[in-house]
Design a protein. Sequence first.
Length: 385
Amino acid sequence: MSREEMEVLKVLVGNNRSSVSERSPTQGWSLKTAKTRINYDPVLEIDVIEYQVPYNKVTIDRKSQNRDTGTPQGKQSSLAHSMNTKGQKTGIKVAIGDDGDFPLRWGNTRRGGAGVLYKNEDNLDPQFCNIKDCDEGMIWASIWEGKDRDLRRMQARENNLHDPTTPANVYDNIRSMKDIIEDGFLDYDGKRYDECDDKEKRIRIQKEVNETMPPFAGRKFQGFFNKFRKTIKSGFQVDSKDMKQMQDHFVKSNPFGIISMSEALKGYGHHFEVEYDIMGNKLPAPEIVKIIFPNNGTDKGSILQSAFAAKHLNKTADKVYGVVAVNPSQSKLLTKFRDADIATQARWNKALPGTGTFTDGSMYMPQCEPEDKSPNHWAKIVRHS
């Protein structure tokens, strides 16, 4: 960036800072009056303007960055603590959506760290659920203004620039390479990638790895290439899901008629009054249902304890339903992991005396490309008796 361009950015930042009032940061918020800062983008290797945008307006779509396994909760919590005490070093990258939202382009790990801070904002001292030097409920983000065909390459590069605690694994990069090939980046010199012989394909893939995935270049490349050839023949990898992705999918696809998480009854946590059951059938009378979001299985953490408390201890809900994501290493194991989760719930339900149950049904998230493209909103829906 030239000195002249930098001076213009400084003026813009100064103007934006002086125009922001002391009102609640999300009340009447707009990108034009958002607080800004100038920061270095290590992916694009230029200085950019970063804006404070509402975290709850950052959404996921099909162009969002792919990761094979996501970021473990423990590492997200560690990052959340760092963001709370030290601030957000680099902004996430977003596009400007059609509905006032900001579809994520890269920065899943930072978004997840902010999510750990903000998902409990109603129950925690605001001092401990904010990003340092960032207004309440906000996250630093810069705007992606590049071409669609450049996006997957930049996402692959960002994946490989991660802090060592959350590096891209080989399957992250295999997924990125498949996207890069699909977007036509390995079509050049008058020949499409698909038209190349195996030797030429290897050369083009190695050149791309050197450019966008340097940790897997050099001596590691042969191992990457062997797994890439095997993976493209053996199916699709599994999408991990974070809480916001699960809630977004639930709102768009649930059978109960719920259209917003804000419909939840106040003071109970994800309790809704509904007129339809888990199969979409009209109920004889409205029911109060509690929705739980098990990530990596229903028997992990305090999921079943909270279900029991809602139905039998505090009696705040008539039924409890789960929106479930499982975490197998390969898509061919999805069915096995889901069946194991269903069996686990059956054992817990059977352990209660009489006809009581912990959970009344489960909706399993789509977690691989064929499931995402299926006309069915859910990979599987199960009603427990």
